[in-house]
Ligand binder design. Structure first.
Ligand code: ZN
Ligand code: CU
Length: 489
């Protein structure tokens, strides 16, 4: 007798194969049978008219601290996500003291328990499981901050040794790779050679290098070149994070950057990218406003383009652009940025800096998987990608705009992601795989959040199972927390 049977759903198995009508049976935490006409289960879910797919794997998140602070992870589960890869953009969960400094910029109010290293962080998650599975990347920026504070120079031998020790500790604990954030402090002070030297530690382990590149604006092509060079020289797979062309002067460059990725693949490099499906980005304001200017690696921005997302001390500023704030304060947008940062260092913002045609060009490309880059600051007006990314790709881009077939969209957020990040028995529906599953209505699935009202649950997601347990049932988050730590295979 099976524990659970999904009967008569259209199965999108995560491999990219066209859907088939199937019955999927679960026992414990595993899928035990996939066939038409399965029977005999303690509980049966009628899947007629619905789609059944592997749980979505969010390859680009900043959920490191949210997984500890908000372990029900309702904001992920309600959107069909069953696995978060944390530690992106150079921001990792260890060493603790440096991680805590960075945590403050996203979660100014949070007081976190302390842990020892990546192993300690993962043990903490195992003792207090979150609602979704967690795979992690070691953050280069955090390792650098711990080794040499915010210094704008090359590391000494001893500092390099300290960074390597952090990376080795993380890999030993089961990290999936190393991430960098080369626009942020202190990652931007690292030269290519430093990253090659660190990444070389991962050669032959299957761990990958994921990068928020140095310049996603007019320097995009050079930046992709640097990411590829690091992968080639260190001998490691590469993941280009949130691939985009940011700022008007850079629009259209993604056509060239994708060709660079293709050329590197032909030469044998394992290189891919991920993307969130919006024309606006989001980050910390301190990375956007620097040296008196709204510009830099993010591209030239106007005061209208930059909207405050969350600021603990002045919630009334949330949802207002720097241009609006400047008018209200009787100053320039730059001066408004200055005042906002003086009041509160942990300020996040939304940046309207991309072009829809580029978003589609990147999404259509077979090398692109899906990652939300959601910033889980649950106060204020976070970028709606935190909630809506996966439903938006399925509903808007696959179903409504027919950018690619639904099975391809599902593949980009499941089997493809699991293969790239080395997540064994995840991302596919087949006998023996873990029972991470999403049941959704392909006719109605859609994101519902807006920039004005972002914290809205997507429509059309009926049930979500994590390791065989119902995390969302009848569209409601159950509060069950059955996520696990996913270590490198
Ligand atoms: Zn980033
Ligand atoms: Cu990120």
């Amino acid at each position: 007798m099976h524990d659970l049977l999904f009967r008569d759903a259209m199965l999108y198995d995560g491999t990219g194969a066209p859907p088939v009508r199937a019955d999927v049976a679960i026992e414990g935490d595993r899928i035990v049978s996939v066939q038409a006409g399965g029977q005999g289960a303690r509980k049966t879910i009628d899947g007629r008219g619905l789609a059944l797919a592997p749980g979505f794997i969010d390859v680009h998140t900043h959920d490191d601290f949210a997984a500890v602070a908000y372990p029900d992870m309702a904001f992920k589960l309600a959107g069909g996500v069953t696995t978060s890869v944390v530690g992106n953009c150079g921001f990792g969960a260890a060493p603790y003291a440096a991680a805590a400094v960075m945590a403050k910029t996203l979660h100014p109010k949070l007081s976190l328990p302390e842990w020892q290293g990546y192993a300690g962080y993962l043990r903490r998650l195992e003792a207090h499981p979150p609602g979704v599975n967690i795979g992690l990347l070691v953050g280069h920026g955090t390792a650098r901050l711990a080794a040499m504070r915010n210094e704008n120079r090359a590391p000494t031998g001893a500092e390099m040794t300290a960074m390597k020790a952090t990376l080795a500790e993380g890999l030993e604990a089961g990290a999936l790779g190393l991430s960098s954030g080369l626009v942020y402090d202190p990652g931007r002070f690292a030269a290519t050679d430093e990253l090659v030297e660190l990444c070389s530690l991962m050669r032959g382990t299957g761990a990958l290098y994921a990068t928020h590149m140095r310049d996603e604006s007019t320097g995009l092509i050079d930046s992709v070149g640097e990411a590829i060079a690091i992968g080639v020289r260190a001998g490691v797979p590469v993941q280009i994070s949130h691939h985009k062309a940011s700022g008007r002067a850079a629009w259209g460059l993604v056509r060239e950057s994708l060709k660079l990725i293709e050329a590197a693949q032909r030469r044998g490099l394992d290189v891919h990218a991920d993307q969130y499906p919006y024309t606006a980005g989001s980050t910390i304001l301190s990375a956007v406003y620097r040296d008196g200017k709204l510009r830099g690696a993010i591209g030239d921005l106007t005061g209208e383009d930059v909207v405050i997302a969350s600021t603990e001390s002045h919630p009334l500023w949330e949802g207002r652009s720097l241009a609006q704030l400047g008018r209200e304060m009787g100053c320039s947008p730059e001066q408004a940025a200055e005042r906002v940062l003086a009041a509160d260092t942990g300020v996040t913002c939304v940046l309207h800096a991309m072009n829809e045609e580029d978003v589609r060009t990147v999404m259509r490309h077979p090398s692109t998987m899906i990652g939300s880059d959601g910033i889980p600051t649950l106060e204020g007006k976070p970028h709606p990608r935190l909630y809506g990314t996966f439903a938006r790709v399925l509903g808007r881009y696959a179903r409504d705009e027919k950018l690619f077939p639904m099975e391809e969209a599902v593949h980009r957020m499941t089997g493809f992601a699991a293969a790239k990040f080395g997540l064994r028995d995840r991302g596919v529906v087949r006998e023996g795989a873990f029972a991470d599953l999403v049941l959704f209505d392909p006719a109605t699935i859609i994101d519902t959040g807006t920039f004005e009202d972002p914290k809205r649950t997507p429509a059309g997601i009926r049930a979500v199972y994590v390791n065989g347990e119902a995390a969302v049932d009848g569209g409601q988050v159950t509060g069950k927390r059955t996520g696990r730590v996913l270590r490198r295979a």
